[in-house]
Design a protein around this ligand. Structure first.
Ligand SMILES: Cc1ncc(COP(=O)(O)O)c(C=O)c1O
Length: 389
């Protein structure tokens, strides 16, 4: 099975982790701050604070942004995203309000965001779907006009940019994930970047139980006392993970270039295939190509996306679907009621999208194989079209 995403772990990554294992610090040691400083420099931000996952990073960013300080706080999130984006709002006891997406890119639509702003709205979350940065200029204008915090869920878009500005410096808070299928990995891991000094301190406390110093700082000062000043969590990233993250970060440009080459090759091969339509890329941006998403045309093929999904999987192509609109998940229906019709473009897209395999280790022949199978499944139409319904 050709997977839809896969990490690239090389000899020097392994050596970096082994070296960390042999050091005195397995968890919060010197590599944490080295990883954070290097990461902040890479994305052009003043601060980078590491977390145990992208989800923890999102939770911490919501906390540092003051979400949930008032009982009726609302945060606008895109309908098409991983559930973690919206769950982070719930962790803070605030309400996620879903905005529809642009049908060409599946990025949050600033016009629908504007429609969903109320007196209770506190923040907007931009999620850089598939690795393509959102329309940050339009979202920033809305945030400024309504005095809202702009958060970026950039779990797909490390390595992306808008003009000369890197993802990581486009919002008040930007959250990253280092899960193995992401642009770089630390096994599990996450990061928040911000230019706000006070917020950076809050983020560091939040990941360490709300305690104002870490173990290593106390060791170096020969101190035993510590103060817990707020309610926090254990969301720390270990030195072992930072060793891997640092080693991988040095390869980010190469990985992103490779992903872009694969995406270009897909586009050239898919150009003549009318029933497979890749999402569009906005001009003036650098795409990180975490995913390569196409819309499957059921009308012209008479075959559903789910049929295509099953067929491709049967033929060894590990396609996936990202994502069902969050408010359709049972937990959200049970808690907030049926929100069908809230974001019609997202609902429609969900029935058409397929994520094709893309990862730095993929070869040209793999891309040809995927495209060949996308064509073959329409030529070998099922006898019973019932499966296609
Ligand atoms: C858009 C998005 N947000 C948040 C997350 C959560 O990241 P993690 O798995 O590191 O907790 C992911 C990861 O899958 C994601 O794709």
């Amino acid at each position: 099975m050709l997977p839809y995403g896969k990490q690239t772990i090389e000899k020097d990554d392994i050596e970096a982790v082994v070296e960390a294992l042999q050091s005195d610090w397995l968890t919060t040691g010197p590599l944490v701050s080295t990883f954070e400083t290097t990461f902040a420099q890479t994305v052009g931000s003043q601060h980078a604070v590491s977390f145990s996952s992208g989800t923890a990073a999102l939770h911490a960013a919501m906390h540092a942004a003051g979400i949930g300080a008032e009982a009726k706080d609302e945060v606008i999130v895109p309908a098409i995203t991983f559930v973690a984006t919206s769950n982070a709002v719930l962790y803070q006891n605030a309400k996620p309000v879903f905005a529809d997406v642009n049908p060409d890119s599946l990025l949050i639509d600033p016009e629908d965001v504007a429609r969903k702003i109320t007196a209770n709205t506190k923040a907007i979350v931009a999620m850089d779907y598939a690795g393509q940065p959102c329309d940050y200029a339009a979202l920033r204008a809305l945030a400024d006009q309504h005095n809202l915090v702009l958060l970026s869920d950039a779990c797909h878009s490390l390595g992306g940019a808008v003009g000369p500005t890197q993802v990581g410096s486009l919002a008040d808070f930007t959250c990253f994930s280092f899960h193995p299928i992401k642009q770089i990995t630390s096994a599990e891991g996450g990061m928040v970047t911000t230019n706000n000094d006070l917020a950076a301190t809050t983020l560091k406390e939040f990941r360490n139980h709300g305690i104002t110093t870490d173990h290593r700082q106390r060791e170096s000062k020969q101190q035993h006392q510590y103060a817990m000043e707020s309610l926090g969590f254990n969301y720390r990233l270990t030195d072992l993970q930072c060793a891997l993250g640092l080693s991988q970060l040095a390869k980010l440009k190469r990985f992103t270039r490779r992903r872009n080459d694969i995406a270009r090759f897909y586009r050239s091969l898919l150009e003549p295939i009318s029933h497979v339509n890749p999402l569009k890329t906005r001009t003036g941006i650098e795409h990180a190509h975490h995913l390569f998403v196409i819309r499957w045309d059921q009308n012209s093929t008479g075959l559903s996306r789910d049929y295509a999904f099953e067929q491709l999987r049967d033929r060894g192509i590990g396609v996936n679907v990202h994502y069902q609109p969050v408010y359709q998940h049972p937990y959200y229906v049970n808690r907030f009621g049926d929100q069908t019709g809230q974001c019609p473009r997202a609902e429609q897209a969900y029935h058409e999208i397929l994520s094709l395999p893309i990862f730095p280790g993929m070869r040209e022949e793999d891309v040809r194989r995927v495209v060949g199978q996308l064509q073959a499944i329409t030529q070998a139409k099922p006898n019973s079209l019932s499966k296609a319904a």
